[in-house]
Write a protein that binds this ligand. Structure first.
Ligand SMILES: Cc1cc2nc3c(=O)[nH]c(=O)nc-3n(C[C@H](O)[C@H](O)[C@H](O)COP(=O)(O)O)c2cc1C
Length: 327
């Protein structure tokens, strides 16, 4: 099944949209490490319509990030259409993705994100309104339903396809599950069977082996990785190697991890501002890059307190070579 945008591989690996994480610096790192497609964090259509600066900044990206989708959410079809038009005109991404999956209370209370899953007529109107406002392909991302009672991903997916969605990503959990339990990959397989448009599988891909397992289990057209990429952008490269039947490269050692962490940090300073806010928000990434290293918890405690990227670099250097660093 052909995706509505071109990517380096016919079976693309996508970086999931993740608020506070899938920002331009991390997107660029993941693209360098083999992610074929990236998405922005979800952006409020109301805020875009009102030209709120912070939100519009979330739609900015650099050429190296292409192919990229900008993700928008909201429960008002008019606002969604206006936002899609503005994003198309000013940012020209490869596609626009509609978020029907966000479980966060503040969003669903106003029927945004997965809140829409309680009203599929509204979902239909939103998709049609967005398609009417842009020449770009419009894709959708959703969960398996609002709760166990309303869990019916196939009907939801068919409805979205009928409204004109060009690709469908399923995070196979309900809204009420939030992140508990396991994503149900059987549901992804069922949706793949039922739809004509490409289905992208998402949920609980933590290793390169999981990428192959999800493809084989579901027959999906591509795989989207979220939390598994935290501090581990190598997952895309390793997943690609296994998909192609090759051997994966040796796991990134501490030196390689710190090198990429600092590359990521420099991108953050350049793209998000050389200031304390950028450093504070970057601390989580620093912590994630240490996962699994000997003495990681102590290292993380120190990294969570850094006030500058130079301080983080000094901590890394000391870890790699305690004798020289102290001398
Ligand atoms: C910190 C965080 C932020 C997220 N923000 C978004 C978002 O902005 N838009 C969206 O569609 N999904 C968002 N998600 C959901 C992910 O895109 C993905 O569907 C989910 O994490 C399951 O995939 P995973 O098991 O690979 O992490 C977010 C998830 C996390 C952990």
């Amino acid at each position: 099944m052909q995706l509505p945008y071109s990517s380096a591989h016919p079976f693309p690996l996508l970086l999931a949209p993740m608020a506070g994480v899938s920002e331009a610096p991390f997107r660029q790192i993941c693209r360098r490490m083999g992610a074929d497609v990236v998405l922005s964090e979800f952006l409020s259509s109301e805020a875009i319509r009102r030209r709120i600066r912070n939100t519009l900044e979330g739609a900015e990206f650099e050429e190296v990030e292409r192919p990229i989708g900008i993700q928008i959410y909201g429960a008002d079809p008019n606002a969604m259409a206006e936002a899609a038009g503005l994003i198309t005109e000013h940012y020209q991404p490869e596609f626009i993705d509609i978020n029907f999956g966000c479980p966060v209370k503040k969003v669903v209370q106003r029927n945004g994100g997965s809140g829409c899953l309680r009203d599929l007529d509204l979902v239909d109107r939103i998709i049609r309104a967005v398609i009417g406002a842009t020449h770009l392909p419009v894709t959708v991302k959703t969960r398996s339903g609002w709760n166990d009672e309303l869990r019916d991903p196939v009907s939801i997916a068919l409805r979205m396809q009928e409204a004109g969605a060009r690709a469908f990503t399923l995070h196979a959990r309900t809204r009420t599950q939030m992140f508990s339990g396991k994503a149900n990959w059987d549901e992804i397989a069922r949706v793949v069977q039922a739809l004509d448009i490409p289905v992208i599988g998402n949920g609980d891909v933590a290793t390169a082996e999981d990428i192959v397992r999800m493809r084989d289990h579901t027959g999906c057209a591509g795989i989207m990785v979220g939390r598994g990429a935290f501090g581990n952008p190598w997952l895309f490269r390793d997943g690609r190697a296994l998909l192609q039947g090759g051997a994966r490269a040796p796991a990134a050692d501490a030196t390689e991890r710190f090198r990429v962490a600092m590359e990521h940090a420099r991108l953050a300073l350049r793209l998000q501002g050389d200031n304390r806010k950028t450093v504070v928000e970057f601390r989580k990434h620093l912590g994630w890059y240490t996962k699994g290293l000997h003495g990681a918890s102590e290292l993380r405690q120190r990294l969570f307190q850094v006030e500058s990227m130079a301080e983080a670099e000094a901590i890394f250097l000391e870890y790699l070579d305690p004798v020289t660093a102290v001398a």
